[in-house]
Design a protein. Sequence first.
Length: 330
Amino acid sequence: MGAAGLYLLVCGCSAGDGGNGFGSAASLGGAETTEGSAGGGAEWMGTIDEGGDATSDSATTASSQAGPADESAGDDEPPNPNETCNGLDDDGNGLVDDGLGTLSCGLGVCENSAPACENGLPGVCTPLAASDEVCNGLDDNCDGSVDEDTTASCDSECGPGTETCVGGVPECDAPQPQAETCNYQDDDCDGSLDENVAGCRVGVHRAHNSSSGEHFYTTNLMEASSGGFVVESQDYYDVYASAHAGLQGWYRCLKPNGKHFYTTSAGCEGQTVEGVLGYVSTNEAAESRALYRLFNGNLGDHFYTTSAAERDTAVSSLGYVSEGVGCYVF
Ligand SMILES: [Ca+2]
Ligand SMILES: [Ca+2]
Ligand SMILES: [Ca+2]
Ligand SMILES: [Ca+2]
């Protein structure tokens, strides 16, 4: 047992100390001495092992220190002067072509990016597709300007306007429909003037006195039915009850013969002014119609009709002379 143990120990010495160890063990011969020598050898080998461990630890440490250094290099994209785009790990950090950054290209919606190095070759950045510029807060045509030249014409029910781009939202300044009020304007732009505005217009009744031959017009239905007059047509035409831009007074006048006539002349053409019947247009305008004025010298009667046919009959058959259009009524 002792010889076998000695042999193993000698083999251990020779491994660490060469021929001198083997020679020393053979010349000693004594088991105790040999064992003692063997014990020293064991301690030496142990020292070697410890040294090996220490070296291994320090190597691991160095490696672990190199790790963080590589990671920081990878995080910082631009600065990696030791790496070039060539498919190789130039800086030896275990990463190929790392930290070479990205390319950017294009403006507006065309803006794009690509790796600066791909597969060892310089990357290519291709801008995204452009389109026509529209008002949306984006640079659609990628010229560096947002929503430029997007002003356009526009319109509403009430008329034309200009559309401008405000904060990426198109705004049309065309007039917008308003609530209808009595103003001789089509406020809600539905094509009708002052429709459904109570009291805006008032009806003029047409009356006739067969005894005197006088035609008489008044907004007062009782008046139209008094003094020998008979209502021929209730609400024969309409006038505005009050003055508005674009309208003119329609005056009721009294002649020396006690009969009436109507005119836009505020002075009643030199005759007596009884007052204003309402307000009318002097031009053919929206929704207006002509009120023809005629005169019969024999009767001393002024006659007014909205019917061209009746006017013509009065001229051809009833002794009236046309005096043109008195005004335009509604
Ligand atoms: Ca643009
Ligand atoms: Ca745009
Ligand atoms: Ca209207
Ligand atoms: Ca109106």
